[in-house]
Design a protein around this ligand. Structure first.
Ligand code: PEP
Ligand code: MN
Length: 337
C-alpha cells in the first residue's frame, strides 16, 4: 500500500503517522521527493483500512500496490535512485561507464587496461576474479589474488572497482571492493542475495540467462528487503532461439520497461549480450539512446590471448572510439530533452 501525503505535512505529523503504521508490524518506507512525500508500506496490509487512511487530513491519496516487488517499485519511490559507488554516482542523470577485462589475468594486464579505459572516459573498472565458467576445465579466475590486483589498479587509477561474487563465504574478501556484481547465473541464488542484503555495498545485479523482468525485480527485492537499497540492474542479454550470430539477445526494451516499473538504475552490458566485439558499439549507442544509466563493456589489450571472452572484448582503441560516439549521443539527448 502507498499513501501520498499532502504538501505541507509537518515532521511531527509524519512521525506520528509512521509510528501508528509501524504498530501494525509493517515496514514503513518514506520517500521524500521535491514535490511530494510517499509512504510505502510493506507487509500484511490487509489489517489496514485504506478508507480510514484516506480520510486523514494529511493524506492526498492512498492505494494498494498489487505488484509483488515493493522496495524496488517506482510507486514506492517516484524519484530515480542515485547509487553512490565510492564517489561515482549512478542514476538520476548520472552515467556509469564500467569497463575492463572479463577476467583479471595479471597486474600488468589489469593496470594497463585500467589506465587506458580511464583515459577514454570510463569511471569504473571491472574485472572478474571469481569466474563462473560453463566448463570446469576453463580458467576459473585468480580469486583472492585477482581482488588484490583490482585494489592495486584502483589505487593507481582512482577508479572504483566492480567484481563478481559467487559465494557468500567470500564476502570478507570483498571488503574494499566498491561494487559487487551478481552474475546472470546467480541472479536467483536467494541465499547469496540475502547475505548481500545485509551489506551496504552497491550491488550490480545482472539479469538471469532466461529470467523475466518480474523475476529480476524480485531478486532485487531480496537484496532490498534485507536493508540494502543500493541495487543497480544490468541487462546482459537473454537466451532466445537464435544463438548462431549473437551470443544472446539484448533486450533493450527492458530499459523503458524498468524505467516505468522501478527507480533503480539500469546498466546495459552489450559485450555478453552480443558475444562479438563487432556489435558492441552499435548496441552501446542504442542503449544510451534508450535511456540506460550506464554501460558495462569488456575491454582487453590483447583479445586474441584473453583467458576469457576475447571475442567480445574491445581493444582500448575500439573502446575509446565507442566512448566518443557515446558522448555524442548523450549530448544530443541532453539537447533534445
Ligand atoms: C561477466 O560479467 O564477466 C559475466 C560472467 O557476466 P554474466 O554473468 O552476465 O554472464
Ligand atoms: Mn565475460
Amino acid at each position: 500500500m502507498i499513501a501520498v501525503l499532502k504538501q505541507g505535512t509537518t515532521e511531527e505529523q509524519l512521525n506520528k503517522f509512521t509510528g501508528w503504521l509501524k504498530g501494525f508490524g509493517l515496514d514503513v518506507h518514506i520517500s521524500k521527493g521535491e514535490f511530494q512525500t510517499v509512504i510505502g508500506l510493506i507487509g500484511d496490509t490487509t489489517k489496514l483500512d485504506a478508507d480510514l487512511i484516506g480520510s486523514l487530513s494529511m493524506v492526498e491519496t492512498v492505494r494498494r500496490v498489487s505488484d509483488p516487488f515493493k522496495s524496488a517499485n517506482r510507486k514506492f519511490h517516484p524519484d530515480d535512485s542515485i547509487i553512490d559507488c565510492s564517489g561515482v554516482k549512478v542514476g538520476g542523470g548520472n552515467f556509469a561507464v564500467i569497463s575492463g577485462p572479463c577476467s583479471v589475468e595479471s597486474e600488468a594486464q589489469l593496470t594497463g587496461i585500467a589506465k587506458a579505459v580511464k583515459e577514454a572516459g570510463s569511471n569504473m573498472l571491472r574485472g572478474g576474479a571469481f569466474k563462473p565458467r560453463t566448463s570446469p576445465y576453463d580458467f576459473q579466475g585468480l580469486k583472492a589474488e585477482g581482488i588484490e590486483l583490482l585494489l592495486k589498479a584502483k589505487k593507481e587509477t582512482g577508479l572504483p572497482v566492480v567484481t563478481e561474487i559467487m559465494d557468500a563465504h567470500h564476502l570478507p574478501l570483498f571488503e574494499e571492493v566498491d561494487v559487487i556484481q551478481v552474475g546472470a547465473r546467480n541472479m536467483q541464488n536467494f541465499e547469496l542475495l540475502k547475505e548481500l542484503g545485509k551489506t551496504n555495498k552497491p550491488i550490480l545485479l545482472k539479469r538471469g540467462l532466461s529470467s523475466t523482468i518480474k523475476e529480476w525485480l524480485m531478486s532485487a527485492e531480496y537484496i532490498m528487503a534485507g536493508g540494502n537499497e543500493n541495487v543497480m540492474l544490468c541487462e546482459r542479454g537473454i537466451r532466445t532461439f537464435d544463438s548462431q550470430y549473437t551470443r544472446n539477445c539484448l533486450d533493450l526494451s527492458a530499459v523503458p520497461v524498468l524505467k516505468e516499473l522501478t527507480h533503480l538504475p539500469v546498466v546495459i552490458d552489450p559485450s555478453h549480450a552480443t558475444g562479438s566485439s563487432k556489435y558492441v558499439k552499435s548496441m552501446a549507442l542504442a542503449a544510451v539512446a534508450a535511456g540506460a544509466d550506464g554501460l558495462m563493456t569488456e575491454v582487453h589489450s590483447d583479445p586474441l590471448h584473453a583467458l576469457c571472452d576475447g571475442a567480445q572484448s574491445l581493444t582500448p582503441e575500439q573502446f575509446s572510439d565507442m566512448m566518443k560516439s557515446v558522448n555524442i549521443i548523450r549530448n544530443a539527448l541532453r539537447e533534445a530533452l
